[in-house]
Ligand binder design. Structure first.
Ligand code: C2E
Ligand code: MG
Ligand code: MG
Length: 602
């Protein structure tokens, strides 16, 4: 608290006046030996002394708290010796009841004939409140420089700095340092639809959740329950705002690397919990990359780069988290190539559309066709949509790709129809980003208008998770399309939140049961065969929806599905996705697909 130097000459009239309207000036006179010869009333009143308590005693013994005495006396001596004429001394003064006040003193010596001080007159002002405010401001400034304004969490540079020192500490202790890079998936869509303010609120809420979760989980993880006497207590964890939509978590001093996975699991769960406030309808999800020092890198930049690569992989993992492995470095290079090449794919004519038939559950004849994007790159070869669609969403080209698929599909279907090949429904996949963009409605209507294709034969496939990003915006867009006659199907049912209550809200008329349901059903054939699927079909029936099973690959699967009374099937057993020319041939033939349905029906 002691400060000395130029520019702090006491100002008469501090903010701490005891009596309003009267400025308080403290004054004392000390003799050549520093003993008190005079103290004014304000000084006595401030300290709660009587003059008899002070008279003749060394001033610093009475006025200055012991721990500050040496420095204060040295500073006073310098001022008195005239070495620094402008100097004043801020000194903590201990009052008779033990309080500490900060007094800024200015000392002026009276010199004798020999040039040595015969006495010193000191004038002081109580600047306690002023120094408190100043210190607070300085602390605030330091805080602002090292913390994120929105969330109040440490910022990226503070995190990097702490990570650097924890890595050094880890080298000495032999313990691991874990880093989790947590991305808030779909935040961009939220900002685009609900606005910047709602996005910021959400980031602040998620920052709190992640901090609370890490704080609470740290208490349960093994490092904190080490046997008594374990040397070196675990350093503190840290959660920082790493970028607009990312948090970084530092877990130093780990004994068991698995702790990072426990922590990541808790974070995935806390981020997925429903939002509050204006974003109450929204659900975010986290994608987490995990990297551990020293095995995954021993330098802050390397470790964070590897955590980022793992995070990208985490976006498409069912667990929403991935631990870094060296293969991800190559994967990241591949990803970069896709990011660069994808925007050019359309203009170079590298994209096309394949169609996979949906067959009637009884006749096994084609009743619908799902349009699926295909990308053939001259060097990369066939790039599967599960690889490029998420990247297209991230880099903002999904709307263009979606538009291309929509137009191709509707044109082809209109052509087949006008060729007299029947009323075959065509289904187009729509991603979250398109779903919250009202221009989708205009694009669909324009496409139908241009081709003369009936709206009721066009189906848009949306996934639950896409529809939940902004349930209200999705409901608006889908509601409008549905009013125009377009049908809506819920794709990959069972992989999202399965919030059945929202189906009605979303104007859905078809459920497509995800392939994973079939696999799960196969894995648990014992007690009640097909119970899961049966439940979905019953539910669909009650809601008046069509129910389709996706990914039917084998005769066994089909025979398990048959008693369930589904409306249609889709899967490799009937046909893989094929080019438009092949569909033309299949439609012309008009045969049942897969093996003869008659045999099984019997
Ligand atoms: P989806 O919409 O669920 O499409 C079905 C996927 O399952 C297709 O994969 C299809 O080839 C595959 N499939 C069909 N039957 C079987 C089967 O019996 N066994 C197995 N193992 N797989 C089967 P594909 O074409 O690779 O597409 C993957 C996903 O990419 C699609 O899943 C869809 O979510 C997305 N996608 C494809 N095209 C587009 C598009 O134009 N726009 C958007 N937004 N997403 C698209
Ligand atoms: Mg689909
Ligand atoms: Mg699907």
């Amino acid at each position: 608290m002691l400060a000395e130097g130029a520019g702090c000459r006491p100002q008469v009239g501090g903010r701490d006046e005891r009596a309003a309207g009267r400025q308080i000036v403290l004054a004392m006179i000390t003799d050549a030996d520093g003993r008190l010869a005079f103290a004014n009333g304000d000084l006595l009143a401030l300290g709660g002394w009587r003059w008899s308590d002070l008279s003749g005693r060394p001033w610093h013994e009475v006025l200055i708290a012991p721990e500050h005495r040496r420095r204060v006396v040295r500073a006073f001596d310098r001022a008195v010796a005239g070495k620094d004429e402008t100097a004043c001394v801020e000194a903590p003064l201990r009052t008779s009841d033990g309080r500490v006040r900060i007094v800024a003193w200015s000392a002026t010596p009276s010199l004798g004939e020999d040039g040595r001080p015969t006495s010193v007159t000191s004038v002081g002002v109580d600047v306690t409140r002023w120094t408190e405010e100043r210190d607070l401001l300085a602390a605030e400034r330091d805080f602002d420089a090292s913390h994120d304004r929105l969330t109040g969490l440490p910022n990226a540079s503070t995190f990097r700095w702490r990570l650097g020192s924890e890595l050094s500490a880890g080298r000495r202790s032999g313990r691991s340092t874990g880093v989790l890079l947590v991305a808030l998936d779909r935040l961009r869509t939220v900002v685009e639809t609900l606005g910047q303010e709602a996005g910021e609120q959400l980031v602040a809420e998620m920052g709190e959740r992640v901090s609370d979760c890490v704080g609470a989980a740290a208490g349960r993880t093994p490092s904190l329950t080490l046997p008594a006497g374990t040397p070196e207590p675990m350093s503190a964890w840290m959660v920082a705002r790493w970028s607009d939509d990312e948090f970084a978590v530092l877990l130093p001093g780990l004994v068991f690397p698995e702790e990072t996975v426990y922590m990541a699991r808790s974070i995935v769960a806390t981020v997925a919990a429903p939002c509050t406030g204006s974003a109450a309808d929204l659900r975010l999800s986290a994608a987490i990359g995990i990297a551990l020092a020293p095995s995954d890198g021993d330098h802050p930049a390397t470790l964070m780069r590897h955590a980022a690569m793992a995070q990208h992989a985490g976006r498409t993992s069912t667990e929403h988290m991935v631990r870094f492995v060296p293969a991800l470095s190559q994967e990241a290079e591949g990803r970069l190539l896709i990011e660069q090449q994808l925007p050019l794919a359309l203009e170079r004519g590298e994209l096309s559309v394949a169609y996979q038939p949906e067959v009637d559950a009884v006749s096994h004849r084609i009743v619908g066709l799902e349009a699926l994007a295909r990308w053939h790159h001259p060097v990369l070869g066939e790039v599967p949509p599960v690889r490029f669609i998420p990247i297209a969403e991230e880099i903002g080209v999904i709307a263009e790709i979606g538009q291309f698929v929509l137009q191709s599909a509707v044109r082809h279907a209109a052509q087949w129809r006008s060729d007299g090949l029947g009323d075959v429904r065509v289904a187009v996949n729509v991603s979250a980003h398109q779903l919250t963009d009202r221009s989708l409605v205009a694009a669909v209507l324009e496409c139908l208008d241009q081709t003369g294709f009936p709206a009721h034969l066009l189906e848009l496939e949306v996934t639950e998770s896409a529809a939940m990003v902004d349930a209200q915006a999705a409901a608006d867009v889908l509601g409008e399309l549905s009013r125009q006659g377009v049908t809506i199907s819920l794709d990959d049912f069972g992989t999202g939140y399965s919030n059945i209550g929202k189906l009605h809200h979303l104007a859905v008329s078809t459920i497509k049961i995800d392939r994973s349901f079939l696999l799960e059903d196969e894995a648990n054939p014992s007690s009640d065969p097909g119970a899961l699927i049966h439940a979905v079909v019953t539910l669909g029936r009650n809601l008046g929806l069509r129910v389709i099973a996706e990914g039917v690959e084998t005769e066994e699967q089909l025979s398990r599905l048959q008693p369930q009374g589904l409306d249609a099937y889709q899967g490799f057993l009937f046909s893989r996705p094929v080019p438009a020319a092949e569909i033309l041939r299949l439609l012309r033939e008009g045969r049942p697909l897969g093996s003869d349905p008659g045999i099984r029906i019997a």
